[in-house]
Write a protein of this length. Structure first.
Ligand SMILES: Cc1cc2nc3c(=O)[nH]c(=O)nc-3n(C[C@H](O)[C@H](O)[C@H](O)COP(=O)(O)OP(=O)(O)OC[C@H]3O[C@@H](n4cnc5c(N)ncnc54)[C@H](O)[C@@H]3O)c2cc1C
Length: 254
């Protein structure tokens, strides 16, 4: 089975700083593979191990995205395709368009695995757009995947229920984090990943219009005002004052 995994080199939220106006400082921020994209890679590698085939990792990202690609290759991907465009400057439809063309150019894939949402912007738009552009079946929020011959069976994790659906391949699936536990590559796997093929493709080679239709006007963090109350006294006195303060705020019952 020919499997593609789409991963995003997302902004590392643990490293993100805000400017004095409360906007995230994206330029120069550290990046990492999207948290849930590790589940997508893990699932692809598991399917390859049980049913054979190969796994190609695709990303649309800046040169720095090679780091995330190498991580995916170390986890068990066979080769990578990096479309060298910065997702900060284009919209979801352009990302999906570039991925669709890159996937088509690369051959006929049976299954494309994404995650439910990137760990930075999390619009959840790219996977269904990709399916639509490719004309593939789409299953969102998969918590379990089974491929049998040319059919796929998916358990979809919904808010209050689980839906079980089937379709013939090819398909695009977005997975949720509960689907698996991503592996940590060993040192040997990390060293081997450095020798795996990683192709860079400029967007111009794919003929996709990337001028964004959607313009993000502003992005700001949710402010939270702390009360900065200091409780003095012995530990027992401070604890009693804390309980009184929490009661006064209605956090715990009187
Ligand atoms: C500072 C900043 C400015 C922005 N400005 C704009 C703007 O002006 N207009 C606009 O429309 N958007 C803008 N964006 C959003 C940006 O374009 C999105 O990152 C992009 O549209 C992808 O959507 P997403 O991250 O929500 O991915 P989701 O749709 O949440 O991702 C779901 C899954 O799709 C796959 N995927 C997503 N992105 C990629 C990728 N690059 N490569 C490979 N697979 C991928 C992964 O499997 C991922 O888990 C901006 C973002 C930032 C940080």
């Amino acid at each position: 089975m020919k499997i593609a995994v789409c991963i995003k080199h997302a902004v590392d939220e643990s490293e993100l700083k805000m400017d004095p106006g409360g906007s995230p400082m994206i330029t120069g921020a550290a990046g990492k593979m999207g948290t849930f994209d590790k589940n997508a890679v893990e699932e692809a590698v598991r399917l390859k191990s049980s049913g054979g085939g190969d796994v190609t990792i695709f990303t649309v990202g800046p040169a720095d995205a090679r780091k995330s690609m190498k991580e995916g290759l170390a986890m068990g991907g066979d080769r990578g395709v990096l479309v060298t465009a910065d997702p900060v400057r284009i919209d979801s439809l352009s990302v999906a368009g570039l991925l669709a063309k890159a996937v088509q150019r690369d051959g006929s894939f049976d299954l494309i695995i994404c995650s439910e949402g990137s760990s930075d912007v999390y619009t959840g738009q790219v996977p269904p757009m990709l399916a639509e552009l490719l004309g593939f079946a789409y299953f969102g929020y998969a918590k379990k995947l089974e491929v049998s011959g040319s059919r796929i069976r998916v358990e979809r994790s919904l808010e209050e229920s689980v839906e079980v659906v089937e379709a013939p391949l090819p398909a695009v699936v977005s997975v949720v984090s509960e689907i698996n536990e991503p592996r940590y590559p060993t040192l040997i796997q990390i060293m081997q990943a450095a020798k795996k093929p990683l192709e860079e493709v400029p967007p111009s080679a794919l003929g996709v219009e990337t001028a964004p239709k959607v313009v993000v006007r502003s992005m700001s963090g949710q402010g939270s005002n702390r009360k900065k109350v200091m409780l003095d006294g012995t530990p027992e006195e401070a604890a009693a004052k804390l309980v009184d303060a929490l009661r006064a705020e209605g956090v715990i019952p009187r």
